[in-house]
Ligand binder design. Structure first.
Ligand SMILES: CC(C)(COP(=O)(O)OP(=O)(O)OC[C@H]1O[C@@H](n2cnc3c(N)ncnc32)[C@H](O)[C@@H]1OP(=O)(O)O)[C@@H](O)C(=O)NCCC(=O)NCCS
Length: 160
């Protein structure tokens, strides 16, 4: 078996946006995503979201980006129905790098950021048909607590 190249988890920067846009396009091609992938969206929603708490990328030793995990603080009356002041998480791992621990590595960094930001809980809003997304968050310790039409919402409670 070939060696697994070292993977570094670091904060995303605006210079990562083109590569992250391509990563999201690959997820669309693999039928794992339907939302926007353009660079303006990646910048405003993930890398430089004004409500953002953290946005981490996983980078292979050669410089390729394998994954992205963002977390923003939810506002009062947000459209997801998530309680205000929680972390709201999104995870996107390249289809070529699935099941190599990239998502788990990203969450170790995000959890630290959530603790530092003092959020009481993190919510993941997952499509009802997305069994791998549900299994991933469940493996990290998230648990289902509500199920809006077509979705499953899992929460991770941080110690007070
Ligand atoms: C879901 C996703 C983030 C998982 O990322 P990943 O880097 O493959 O996850 P990891 O390798 O860290 O897996 C951690 C654990 O999650 C669970 N898991 C991950 N993918 C799984 C799958 N396809 N089927 C079942 N369990 C899975 C397993 O328990 C796994 O541990 P194991 O490999 O030791 O059994 C990735 O597949 C992805 O980006 N999918 C498309 C976008 C998406 O669905 N995002 C999340 C919901 S919005």
């Amino acid at each position: 078996m070939p060696d697994t190249p070292a993977i570094t988890i670091r904060r995303a920067t605006p210079a990562d946006v083109p590569a992250l846009s391509r990563l999201l396009q690959a997820l669309v091609a693999a039928r794992k995503r339907t939302a926007r992938t353009d660079e303006a969206f990646v910048l405003s929603h993930y890398v430089a979201n004004p409500d953002g708490i953290s946005c981490f990328v996983a980078e292979e030793s050669g410089g390729a980006l394998l994954g992205l995990q963002s977390m923003k603080r939810t506002a009062e009356g947000n459209s997801y129905g998530t309680p205000a002041g929680w972390g709201f998480i999104g995870t996107h791992v390249s289809p070529n790098a699935a099941r190599r621990g990239v998502g788990s590595g990203l969450f170790r960094a995000t959890l630290e950021a959530a603790q530092a930001a003092g959020v009481p809980a993190i919510e993941a809003y997952i499509g009802a048909g997305n069994s791998e997304g549900q299994a991933y968050y469940e493996a990290l310790g998230f648990r289902t607590w509500r199920a809006p039409e077509g979705s499953v919402c899992k929460r991770f409670d941080l110690p007070a």
